[in-house]
Design a protein around this ligand. Structure first.
Ligand code: SF4
Length: 370
């Protein structure tokens, strides 16, 4: 592995159809646009070649990466391998939707080097899937996971959602059990958030926070009893199956995002490609908007580290510049949070409990003010 190993994120902004709750930058596109985007993306990736940059994780996210043909996805991965010194053991993840994951496509992608797949399942209840506006039903989702395994994917993750219309704790837990019963090794569980501009917002759909909190805690208990480590607010993994790529974000390590609207933390700057699909395709050099030069690593360490079960250590806080007075204030704040069951101390630092994860925004904000 090269010394400067990065995580490389590849953004595919296409979806066959918009889901009713989705506020991400993605849209349907015809084959001409998808091919032109693939070519523009390959040029963008190659512009980072020749610099001796290594990478040990690659993540194809979206949108729906599997909205591209397998040949296009494989071409992009080959270009990543050309531009970066890729670790032979690199984790290569592909986000996929069950409706665009035919067996032969999965086989071709696995053979080309994709070794982790993350399905946007959301639910195994057909009424809930229909309310979300998803293209697949539960049967299709189950078949897709089985096909991925048959194609040789051993590292399979599924996304599920909490707070879907018609969902209750029993149906949410049935989805979780249905997914774990398929032998997957990772689950990402996201809470529904209704964003302005989405059909859900127009329909006035509301999320009941108390109901969501009950579901979240019930899910944590269920997955914990099945041997899943709750390693980040929304993520659960079997042993050694944490998402290595996403851990980078929470460990405040550098990554390069390629494609329109992709975000990067590279060479001590945070920036994103501020272009729409059309502009991205026609650009020779891309319009990158810098959101932060020299980010405050101490504050980021607190903010990101507390999202994970590893938490933060006092030694690292000190290395990042916290003086004795600040350390003492953080310690006192953590003691207060512990007394409310929101955090727990380990030998060298502390982390949030599941109850703490539930109110992580306000808990972390308190610690940042210390
Ligand atoms: S598949 Fe994902 S990115 Fe695409 S519209 Fe649905 S939620 Fe949004």
């Amino acid at each position: 592995m090269a010394a400067d190993s990065l995580g490389v994120y590849i953004h595919i902004p296409f979806c066959v159809r918009k889901c009713a709750y989705c506020s991400f930058y993605s849209s349907p596109a015809d084959e001409t646009v998808r091919q032109a985007y693939t070519e523009a993306l390959c040029r963008d990736i190659l512009s980072y070649g020749g610099r001796g940059l290594g990478c040990d994780t690659v993540y194809f996210g979206g949108g729906t990466p599997t909205a591209l043909e397998s040949g296009q996805l494989i071409k992009i991965l080959e270009v990543v391998k050309t531009a970066f010194d890729m670790d032979s053991d690199a984790e290569v993840t592909l986000e996929a939707n069950p409706d665009s994951a035919a067996p032969e496509k999965l086989e071709a992608l696995r053979a080309a080097g994709f070794n982790r797949i993350s399905f946007g399942v959301q639910s195994l209840d057909d009424r809930e899937l229909s309310a979300l506006g998803r293209l697949h039903d539960s049967k299709k989702a189950i078949v897709a996971v089985k096909n991925a395994r048959a194609a040789g994917f051993e590292n399979i993750s599924c996304d599920m959602m909490l707070g879907i219309p018609h969902q209750d704790t029993a149906s949410m837990l049935a989805t979780a059990r249905g997914l774990t019963g398929l032998g997957i090794s990772h689950i990402s569980a996201y809470m529904l958030s209704v964003e302005e501009g989405t059909p859900f917002f127009e329909q006035g759909i509301e999320v009941d926070d108390d109901r969501l909190a009950d579901m979240y805690l019930a899910l944590c208990e269920q997955l914990g009893s099945e041997g899943f480590e709750h390693y980040e607010i929304s993520n659960f993994a079997k042993q050694n199956r944490r998402s290595r790529h996403n851990m980078r974000y929470w460990q405040d390590r550098e990554y390069l995002g390629l494609g329109c609207r992709a975000h990067s933390f590279f060479e001590d700057r945070r920036f994103f490609c501020d272009e729409d699909i059309k502009t991205y395709i026609s650009s020779v050099s891309h319009r990158l908007t810098v959101s932060e030069e020299h980010p405050d690593r101490l504050e980021e360490y607190i903010l990101l580290g507390l999202r994970t079960s590893d938490g933060i250590s006092f030694e690292r806080l000190k290395e990042l510049g916290a003086d004795e007075e600040r350390l003492q204030r953080i310690r006192e704040c953590a003691v207060m949070l512990e007394s409310h069951g929101l955090c727990r101390f380990s030998g060298s630092g502390f982390s949030l409990t599941e109850k703490g994860f539930l109110s992580s925004n306000s808990v972390i904000a308190q610690l940042e003010l210390c």
